[in-house]
Design a protein around this ligand. Structure first.
Ligand code: PMP
Ligand code: GLN
Length: 380
């Protein structure tokens, strides 16, 4: 039997393809974004203790209360934003689920959604599954900024949602206060909602402040703000994230969430709730990853790759135009097979496969891994 596809243009994700290619060819995998080092031993102990304490049945649909309280405290301290743990915070099965639930809650058939490209690959398929219409605005290149006039021009009476992502995957660009000021101006007299993907909120460099939309009441009241514990605690496989939104938006969000997954992993939620009390862990993450970024950059300094400035996330884009004029997809595959280093070709983050001759490398790796990979990159 065949069924008519709802996503006829969607193939297997690039993360699956490149990680498989890396494994098949024993290449160093700097493609899919995940650390190759362990999480904190204390966090592992807490998960074990929470299972032993009997936290093994369904969690509340909105998430474990202690965890929602810790999240509320963190956001209040860092962004001076008040979110009520009872009605404005939902714990989800990864940021991916939060993105799905937020888009599904907001977008009706025929609604337009502004997507800033290059865009994380899950946004557009979910818009399409809901009958929405993506309207694309591109980051400038190579300075990786948004020209807000382009966003203004993309707005129409049908615009329902704009999706933001800062720090930005794959470019490493971050929004500044002036970006936020532009955004406020553009949205002031509209009914447009915001979905702000802030999964890299704690991975931001050079003393730059993370401009969470939570900081700005006029943006906060129209926003779903999504984050992920996987990025913050080196636990991408545990798939726990959360969504902050004012009560009326959270209510609609939870209508979807309760039937998407009902509730997320219970013992891990208890463990995170306890572990979050040590604020130093997330507060020290910028320094931890900045050291990795700088190490990677210094290791490839004498290579023929040219770095695109990275202000946040654990991804570094490298320009390979001095080496090859192949497409980024061809070059990344050949480099994986012949040179033993896997990366992500950012053209797949564009609906029209815009190819700037750059590749994205994940530097959330042990120093040894980065050294080995850089040695190979320097030989190309
Ligand atoms: N958004 C962005 C920008 C990401 O890079 C990722 C990475 N996986 C996600 C969302 C999904 O996060 P999670 O693994 O928590 O589902
Ligand atoms: N967010 C990670 C990346 O951009 C991986 C996401 C995934 O594998 N779906 O590499």
């Amino acid at each position: 039997m065949q069924i008519k596809s709802k996503l006829p243009d969607v193939g297997v994700t690039i993360f699956t393809i490149m990680s498989k290619l890396a494994n098949d060819h024993h290449a160093i995998n700097l493609s899919q974004g995940f650390p190759d080092f362990g999480t904190h031993p204390g966090l592992l102990t807490l998960v074990y203790e929470s299972m032993r304490a009997g936290h093994n049945q369904y969690a509340p649909m909105q998430g474990v209360r202690d965890l929602r309280e810790r999240i509320s405290e963190k956001v209040s301290e860092l962004y001076l934003a008040d979110y009520d743990p009872d009605s404005e915070i939902t714990v989800t099965s990864g940021a991916t689920e939060a993105l799905f639930a937020a888009i599904s809650a907001a977008v009706h058939p025929g609604d337009e959604v502004i997507v800033l490209e290059p865009a994380f690959d899950s946004y557009v398929p979910v818009i399409q599954l809901n009958g929405g219409i993506p309207v694309y605005v591109q980051y400038t290149f190579p300075d990786c900024r948004i020209d807000w006039d382009d966003v203004r021009n993309a707005l129409s009476a049908k615009t329902r949602l704009i999706i933001l992502n800062s720090p930005h995957n794959p470019t490493g660009a971050v929004f500044t206060e002036s970006d936020i000021a532009e955004l406020k101006n553009i949205l002031r007299d509209t009914e447009v909602l915001i979905l702000s993907d802030e999964v890299y909120e704690h991975i931001i460099f050079d003393g730059i402040r993370h401009e969470s939309v939570c900081r700005y009441p006029e943006l906060r009241q129209r926003s779903f703000v999504v984050s992920s514990f996987g990025k913050t605690y080196h636990t991408t496989g545990w798939k726990i994230g959360y969504c902050l939104a004012p009560a009326p938006l959270s209510k609609e969000f939870q209508r979807v969430h309760q039937f998407l997954t009902f509730a997320s992993n219970t013992p891990i939620q208890y463990a995170y709730a306890e572990f979050m009390k040590n604020k130093e862990i997330y507060l020290s993450l910028p320094a931890f990853y900045q050291q990795k970024r700088d190490k990677f950059l210094s290791l490839i300094r004498d290579s023929r790759f040219k770095a695109v400035p990275c202000c946040g996330t654990y991804f570094q884009m490298l320009d390979y135009s001095a080496i090859s004029d192949e497409s980024d997809v061809e070059f990344s595959k050949r480099m994986t097979i012949e040179n033993g280093v896997a990366s992500i070709p950012p053209s797949v983050f564009y609906h029209r496969c815009v190819d700037h001759k750059v590749l994205r490398f994940c530097f959330a790796k042990k120093d040894k891994t980065l050294e080995k990979a850089a040695e190979r990159l320097c030989r190309i």
